[in-house]
Design a protein around this ligand. Structure first.
Ligand SMILES: Cc1cc2nc3c(=O)[nH]c(=O)nc-3n(C[C@H](O)[C@H](O)[C@H](O)COP(=O)(O)OP(=O)(O)OC[C@H]3O[C@@H](n4cnc5c(N)ncnc54)[C@H](O)[C@@H]3O)c2cc1C
Length: 455
């Protein structure tokens, strides 16, 4: 078992598993509370900047773009979903996650705006004691975990205060093509189009195909609670990541017996990627690697882990024999009676199998001018995140990992992506406010990046 408590902390606080028992029902139980996207018939056919995706990354990018003057008719957000942050909402609610895994400093607001800790402070009277403790740690710069509800409330605040909800439309990008004047035309499957000078893709991930779908449910798609009934006493849960750990906890808390089947070692860590990848020392080193080495690093880092706070809870359940962990386990077969047979011939019986085996890159729209990829990831300019050979088409979110490093898929990866993309857009637009030549290069919060040979 691994327990990696390298938490960017000087106080070395005890890990407090009580935080996982956090409960407050006053915020965000319904998806309808999220800002909604508008009908695409209301959408203009021309704009200056289209952002594809209104998840955490798209929101971060659009709020940053607002400060550079991309507002009103100059910006359009499109998404196939109905609500802002819908994927994140559904996925965290499905797994009954109540606390963010990332610290208070990871949020969607640009530096100019109210950050998550200050936003939380304004709600001080409504906070539970655990939240108040975490907020104190946040204001000391220590590792500190916001509640999911407050985090979502802050996301909503950022969307509304930048008027993003007035500029966002339910529109699924099917294809993208650059016309002879250099403008990008984005079309949906019904032939509706929007033309834009700049496009930024922030498309996230979709759940992997469930290879055991005949005999199990996929927790990233189905709500596991809908499958619990009085006949289900023992559950087999496949996958060693954070979603899995939350569902293991939820089932144990419902007095179910859980067998946790993990392909790698049972692993608890502060965050799902090492902290250095949110900072220069991580991503500058990464950018000096060849593409092959970058891929190796991404695959190595993207192995799942549970939160440190899960461990104390799981230790107690293990003592009571309610939880059994099968790690370094290879599944050979699953039979129709919901028994998992491992390669070492162990038979793990259950009444319900829940699979949580992760995500893959969301399929890109058809890019008619063609796009260079490496192992499925688009090849980008490391400094600007512009797709190689595709002027004014930028790629953020999970798809930018080959240039941005493992942080690409996380909320704070959106901050790093914003820095690279908008530094370049500000230059191209000659935005005076930022006195591009002198000031922009020296701002400490803009990432500094020395391009190196990729081969
Ligand atoms: C259970 C769970 C907990 C997590 N907790 C944390 C955490 O605490 N901290 C953290 O940093 N990260 C966490 N993550 C990772 C988290 O999901 C990401 O950080 C974040 O949601 C990624 O945002 P995104 O915008 O890249 O992707 P998404 O939120 O998935 O947004 C992508 C959007 O693009 C849209 N889209 C895709 N293709 C198209 C198209 N062709 N046309 C139009 N729209 C399109 C999608 O509909 C979607 O709305 C967690 C993930 C899960 C599953």
């Amino acid at each position: 078992m691994k327990f990696i408590n390298d938490c960017d902390s000087v106080l070395n606080n005890e890990i407090n598993s009580e935080i996982m028992k956090f409960d407050r029902n006053s915020f965000f139980n319904n998806i309808e509370e999220l800002p909604v996207l508008q009908n695409k018939v209301e959408m203009n056919s021309k704009t200056d900047l289209v952002i594809i995706g209104t998840g955490m990354v798209g929101i971060t990018l659009a709020a940053r773009a607002w400060h550079l003057g991309f507002k009103g008719d100059r910006i359009t957000l499109i998404d196939g979903n109905e609500y802002f942050a819908e994927n994140f909402f559904r996925r965290t609610k499905n797994s009954e996650q109540k606390i963010m895994r990332s610290s208070f400093i990871h949020h969607v607001a640009p530096n100019e705006d109210i950050n998550l800790a200050d936003f939380t402070r304004l709600k001080h009277n409504e906070l539970t004691n655990i939240e108040k403790e975490q907020l104190t740690l946040a204001r000391m710069g220590e590792r500190s975990l916001p509640s999911l509800d407050i985090f979502l409330e802050h996301v909503k605040h950022v969307v509304i205060n930048h008027n993003l909800h007035k500029r966002a439309f339910k529109f699924s990008a099917d294809s993208i093509e650059q016309n002879t004047t250099g403008k990008w035309i984005i079309s949906d499957s019904e032939g509706q189009k929007i033309e834009s000078k700049y496009v930024v893709l922030a498309m996230g991930q979709s759940p992997k195909e469930n290879m055991y779908k005949e005999h199990s449910i996929n927790a990233h798609v189905d709500n596991f609670k809908n499958y619990l009934n009085e006949k289900v006493k023992t559950v087999n849960i496949i996958g060693g990541g954070n979603t899995s750990a939350h569902i293991v906890k939820s089932c144990l808390d419902r007095n179910l017996k859980v067998n946790w089947i993990i392909r790698n070692e049972e692993n608890y860590a502060c965050t799902d990627i090492p902290h250095k990848y949110w900072r220069d020392e991580g991503y500058l080193k990464f950018s000096q690697m060849t593409l092959d080495k970058r891929m190796e690093e991404i695959k190595r880092i993207y192995k799942g882990s549970a939160m440190l706070e899960h461990k104390g809870i799981f230790d107690d359940y293990k003592k009571d024999n309610a939880l059994t962990v099968f790690d370094n386990a290879t599944i050979q077969e699953i039979d129709k009676n919901k028994t998992i047979i491992l390669q070492n011939k162990t038979r793990v019986e259950s009444d319900l199998i829940i699979s949580t085996i992760g995500f893959e890159l969301k399929k890109l729209p058809q890019i008619k001018n063609g796009i260079n990829t490496f192992n499925g990831f688009p090849v980008l300019n490391d400094s600007t995140l512009e797709a190689e050979g595709l002027k004014n088409l930028f790629i953020a979110s999970s798809h930018s990992a080959l240039s941005l490093g493992p942080a690409a898929k996380n909320i704070d990866g959106a901050r790093i992506a914003s820095e690279r993309i908008f530094k370049e857009l500000a230059k191209r637009e000659g935005i005076e406010k930022y006195n591009v030549k002198n000031i922009l290069e020296n701002l400490t919060n803009w990432s500094r990046n020395t391009p190196v040979l990729k081969k």
